[in-house]
Design a protein around this ligand. Structure first.
Ligand SMILES: C[S@@+](CC[C@H](N)C(=O)[O-])C[C@H]1O[C@@H](n2cnc3c(N)ncnc32)[C@H](O)[C@@H]1O
Length: 248
């Protein structure tokens, strides 16, 4: 379904035995969840420590990751969420209230709202697509915050550099790296700041009809090492890879 035609998002993952959907409200001013949302949640459900007591959803959009973590994964944890968009934070608060879960939702860039705090688990999903591609894509209409830089790493390299200070000693951060950004630079930063960095899952997708007409601009970015695509037969593919990093 085209997300401009709906004002809800339904989350359900049959691989984990979900029989009912978790439904959250969306609105045009706030990022609409994507396949990365589902992949991140699956990675967290499969690999995160279920005993995590303090959890942060960074770049929460409508709050789907925070709400799903509160409702489905960490029923006893204290859940936090933040976004640079005030509309996103407000919608996260509304979705938390509608689902009757407690979420401490705050507005600010990256870790700004969380000075002095430590988390057992951080799930990062702050905008991370090469800006020229983000703006040509259906994911980032003009009203949605991106500004991730020409290679998509502006926010994530800063987040990975700061995250160790916001993690408890045995804490872990899950983050997606899209090949529609400079994955090598993200990996270099992750390795420099964490003792352990593991690839948890990856999913390849054909380039969508929104981006195909812009192939020459995308090939130019690829030629300059900003993004990476694979050609399979006549199709161009890109991937989301989910990584988990820890200090020990
Ligand atoms: C890929 S969306 C993820 C939203 C949500 N997690 C989901 O799965 O639908 C990226 C989010 O990052 C937010 N964002 C962009 N720049 C940010 C920044 N500097 N700090 C915090 N959030 C930011 C955007 O407003 C957007 O909501």
């Amino acid at each position: 379904m085209n997300h401009t035609s709906t004002n809800t998002f339904e989350y359900k993952d049959r691989n984990f035995g979900d029989t009912e959907s978790l439904v959250v409200a969306t609105k045009p001013e706030v990022f609409y969840p994507t396949s990365t949302t589902n992949l991140l949640l699956a990675a967290v459900r499969k690999h995160a420590d279920p005993a995590a007591a303090t959890v942060l959803d960074l770049g929460c959009g409508c709050g789907i990751v925070a709400v799903a973590m509160a409702k489905v994964i960490f029923s006893n944890a204290k859940i936090h969420a933040s976004d640079i968009s005030a509309e996103a934070v407000q919608l996260t608060q509304q979705n938390a209230a509608a689902q009757q879960v407690a979420i401490d939702a705050r507005c600010g860039s990256m870790f700004e709202p969380w000075a002095g705090m430590k988390f057992d688990l951080i799930v990062d999903d702050v905008a991370g697509i090469a800006e020229p591609i983000a703006r040509l894509s259906q994911w980032y209409p003009p009203q949605i915050h991106s500004d991730a830089g020409e290679d998509g790493t502006r926010w994530i390299v800063n987040i990975l550099a700061q995250a160790p200070d916001f993690l408890a000693p045995r804490g872990r951060i899950f983050f997606p790296a899209l090949t529609l950004s400079n994955e090598a630079k993200i990996m270099e930063t992750a390795q420099a700041n964490f003792a352990k960095v593991e690839l948890v899952t990856e999913q390849w997708y054909p380039l969508g009809n929104d981006l195909l007409p812009h192939m020459s601009a995308i090939e130019d970015l690829a030629a300059r090492g900003m993004v990476e695509l694979k050609k399979k037969g006549s199709r161009w593919l890109w991937a989301t890879k989910v990584y988990c990093a820890s200090k020990q």
